[in-house]
Design a protein around this ligand. Structure first.
Ligand code: SF4
Length: 574
């Protein structure tokens, strides 16, 4: 098949295409995309134009089926003499005229007459035409590629691995026209700048591998739709971070496992698919094969100082979706957009601080009521700020009131209260136990946001409110503002009030204060509990854990910056 002639067969007329030959600079689209554009134009756009990719069970199973074909594992036979037939596997073909390319699973035939065989996972569907349109169109596109390379090709075969059945697909005029339309639409999507809208309340979305990236119901709802979003993405399983606190730990890869050793003795292990990120405190080390595997799987490895200060992270080659960063950079250069985002973030933070105080206040109503009133005034001022400089002042004033009242949320004995007393934030290094706890939980939240923003293709270093500064993930700091009270401060209050952290868990000396390893472990455990805690989404109404919520927020920010949704919604708890 590699010797396939490149001249057109005189018995076949050139394809009456709706488009001219694709310029050299524009890459050919994979033939798989023709299937996807028929399934959902937005899916093709997200995968082909934006370079998004996500595994789900269907994708993984499909890949395994194709791998079996590549390796020449059991093939369908139709009783004909194999020797006299072309029987080529994994045939790469491309056509600039069609604008598509693809690896054909199998091509069978004799002489110039050939039949592409496309392998599908699952069982043959019992539908009128033997298969769904996306699959029929995909195998027809393969047929058109073969015709472009001079072969006679009038039909294709869909082989369903689940039921071991072959379905014949005749390339009649109707299917060929439908396929050309799909190719034309795909080219339009690739060349144009418009993002196809999500499908509305579609049964296709729950099975779509990109549902968590597309957020079809959420985007539709924020664009003014009236159907409440289904919790499609939030129901999917979430991997969790692996924390390594022991400076003597060594992590290596063994198959699907991460093995953790101390002094060459295995002390723990974790399955790679169940790990969302690896957080390394201090001097713990990991092997190059493990680091490479993490980069390939999109598992961020984050590095923190022994005291918990977030130092940086290792990720793979980076997100394919350069458009997202272009939108971000454009928006960051626009003062109006910066102010608009900054106002909503600061106002949401003040509102959530106010809610935390209202819920946890242990003092009298006489003290509480004026404080809530003042914070409400600050929130409204933030909403109406006319410049970033004003906003900084408003935020600073609100923070002063909030932190002065912070100990009013603690329910501990007099002695412990003395140890946890504080008046205001201090950092680098924190000077008292409460500041040490806040610094650690804020660093952990910064790390979570940095990883979430990188994962969706945003640059965590370029913010809209916090200005870029060396080593400062400004966008992560922006986005975490409303979540400081919801996650970090809430963890601090919980560990103190539950007695999980006591004054004896700190070491103090030379103007600084730090947690001992046991205390840090308790804070990490409480932080992870909080990240897994579910709330009712204030905009979408479904239940969602904080860990997932951060990713959804990051994706919605990307959608807002791309102009797909009119506003970036904030998370305000009641
Ligand atoms: S989730 Fe639905 S709308 Fe979004 S790409 Fe998938 S099928 Fe299309």
């Amino acid at each position: 098949m590699n010797d396939a002639p490149h001249s057109h067969n005189p018995t076949q007329s050139p394809l009456p295409l709706l488009f001219p030959e694709l310029p050299e600079a524009i890459p050919l689209a994979p033939v798989r995309m023709v299937n996807e554009v028929v399934y959902c134009p937005r899916l093709a756009y997200l995968e082909w134009v934006q370079g998004e990719f996500a595994d789900n069970a269907d994708v993984i199973e499909g890949r395994q089926v194709h791998r079996r074909v590549d390796q020449g594992k059991p093939l369908p036979r139709d009783g004909e003499d194999e020797e006299e037939r072309i029987h080529a596997r994994s045939v790469w073909l491309g056509s600039r005229r069609l604008g598509i390319t693809g690896k054909l699973d199998l091509v069978e035939g004799e002489g110039q007459r050939v039949t592409p065989v496309d392998y599908k996972r699952g069982k043959r569907p019992h539908v009128e035409r033997g298969a769904y349109d996306p699959e029929r169109v995909q195998v027809c596109a393969q047929g058109l590629l073969l015709r472009e390379h001079g072969y006679l090709c009038d039909e294709g075969i869909l082989y369903f691995a689940g039921s071991k059945e072959r379905v014949r697909v005749l390339f009649d005029d109707e299917l060929v026209a439908q396929t050309k339309m799909a190719i034309s639409e795909l080219r339009g999507i690739a060349l144009g700048s418009l993002t196809p809208p999500p499908l509305e309340d579609s049964p296709k979305c729950p099975r779509c591998s990109l549902v968590g990236i597309c957020l079809p119901d959420e985007v539709g709802y924020l664009k003014g739709g009236h159907i409440a979003p289904r919790p499609l993405y939030v129901q999917q399983e979430t991997a969790v971070p692996l924390y390594v606190q022991d400076g003597g730990a060594y992590l290596r890869k063994s198959g699907e496992q991460i093995i953790i050793e101390i002094e060459k003795e295995k002390v723990a292990q974790a399955r790679l698919p169940e790990v969302s990120q690896i957080a390394i405190f201090g001097r713990a080390r990991l092997s190059t094969p493990l680091l490479t595997e993490c980069m390939q799987r999109g598992i961020a490895v984050t590095y923190l100082s022994q005291g918990g200060w977030f130092l940086g992270h290792t990720v793979g080659i980076g997100h394919n979706n350069i458009d997202t960063r272009i939108h971000q950079f454009k928006a960051a250069a626009d003062e109006r957009i910066c102010l608009r985002l900054a106002k909503t973030l600061v106002a949401a933070k003040i509102a959530n601080c106010r809610t935390l105080i209202r819920r946890n206040w242990s003092g009298s109503d006489a003290e509480l009521d004026p404080l809530l009133l003042q914070l409400d005034v600050d929130r409204r001022k933030a909403d109406n700020a006319i410049a970033q400089e004003n906003l900084l002042g408003i935020e600073g004033n609100a923070a002063l009131k909030y932190f002065r009242a912070f100990t009013g949320m603690l329910r501990v004995g007099e002695e412990a209260m003395g140890a946890f007393d504080f008046q205001d934030r201090n950092r680098r290094p924190p000077k008292d136990p409460l500041n040490a706890l806040l610094s650690l939980t804020y660093a952990m939240l910064t790390r979570e946001w940095t990883v979430a923003l990188s994962a969706v293709g945003l640059d965590p270093m370029l913010g809209f409110y916090h200005k870029p500064r060396f080593g400062r993930p400004a966008l992560a700091l922006d986005l975490m503002e409303p979540f400081r009270p919801l996650i970090a401060d809430s963890v601090v209050i919980t560990v103190i009030n539950n007695g999980e952290i006591k004054p004896s868990d700190f070491i103090q000396g030379r103007g600084s204060c730090a947690l001992k390893p046991g205390g840090r472990k308790a804070v990490i455990a409480a932080f992870e509990r909080r990240m897994g805690h579910e709330i009712t989404h204030p905009v979408f109404g479904y239940r969602i854990g904080y860990r997932r919520l951060l990713v959804v927020q990051a994706r919605l920010l990307a959608r807002f910056l791309a102009g797909e949704i009119p506003d970036f919604p904030q998370i305000l708890t009641r």
